[in-house]
Design a protein around this ligand. Structure first.
Ligand SMILES: Nc1ncnc2c1ncn2[C@@H]1O[C@H](COP(=O)(O)OP(=O)(O)O)[C@@H](O)[C@H]1O
Ligand SMILES: [Mg+2]
Length: 251
């Protein structure tokens, strides 16, 4: 569904990604992990038209059609079926939860109300706070809103940047619970996670980036058991944490 090949991308004068390749098959969850500054967020931004792509290719396939989307602006990508949840500033704090959700469907305004009603079944707790300002939500509620808002555009592919950052363990479980159910419904997910253990445990496939380059890739479970990956990026044996992460991912 998504195929990134040899991407060189960055910002005004900085090149961050050095020939990065990755892909996601329909319905899969793909994790991008790696140390701080590895270029994980830049990769998502480059795919979603928010970073500058110097060379390389991004292809999106849907319903038998192939779209070369390299460098496309975000609104066009959203219309095509991709959406992106940034790590921070991912809701409009001064607007209500309801307004945030409805704005998420600007590409399909006529279906917005019905879509919101359907999403509120999965994101039940948001119903009670529909008229509250997004800025007044807890961290977990806000992150749930950010995901629900992105889903309002009915994407086939969702790019998520560190949805668990700064959340209490209970809220992390809630957010990963949503993701697990969305995955079962067939949504394709590319997720950047600081909690590499959790990300790998819940991913079909994973990529380890380092210094703007591909370092390792493979099935999430396999990387989780790979001694090199564990030593470099996960720290210690961590058997207990791995078990815990799996339980959260399976919810
Ligand atoms: N807007 C920006 N302008 C210039 N450099 C940036 C910008 N955002 C990130 N960088 C740089 O790009 C590199 C990779 O950052 P990032 O993609 O955020 O890494 P990660 O998400 O893996 O922590 C870092 O060296 C960072 O300083
Ligand atoms: Mg980042």
């Amino acid at each position: 569904m998504l195929e990134v090949t040899g991407l060189n991308a960055g910002y005004e004068d900085v090149l961050v990604l050095d020939g990065v390749s990755m892909g996601a098959t329909p319905g899969s969850t793909v994790a991008i992990v790696g140390p701080n500054g590895a270029g994980k967020s830049t990769l998502l931004k480059a795919v979603y038209g928010l970073a500058r792509v110097r060379s390389g290719r991004v292809v999106f396939r849907r319903d038998g059609a192939e779209h070369e989307i390299t460098g496309w602006p975000p609104h066009r990508l959203t219309t095509l079926g991709l959406n992106y949840v940034p790590q921070t500033d991912n809701v409009f704090a001064a607007l209500s939860v309801r307004e945030n959700l409805l704005l998420g469907a600007t590409a399909r305004p006529r279906q917005a109300q019905a879509r919101m009603e359907r999403l509120l079944i999965e994101f039940g707790p948001l119903r009670a706070v529909l008229d509250r300002l997004a800025g007044a939500l807890s961290g977990g509620q806000r992150q749930s809103l950010a995901v629900a808002r992105a889903l309002m555009s009915e994407p086939a592919l969702l790019l998520l940047d560190e949805p668990s950052a700064g959340l209490a363990p209970e809220a992390v479980r809630t957010v990963f619970g949503h993701l697990g159910r969305l995955r079962k419904e067939g949504l394709t997910i590319v997720i950047v996670e600081q909690n590499a253990r959790l990300a790998l445990a819940s991913a079909d496939n994973a990529y380890v980036l380092e210094g703007g380059r591909n370092r390792y890739e493979g099935p999430g479970q396999k990387l989780l058991e790979d001694a090199r990956v564990v030593e470099l990026y996960l720290g210690g044996s961590g058997a207990g944490e791995t078990k815990h992460a799996r339980a959260a991912a399976d919810q």
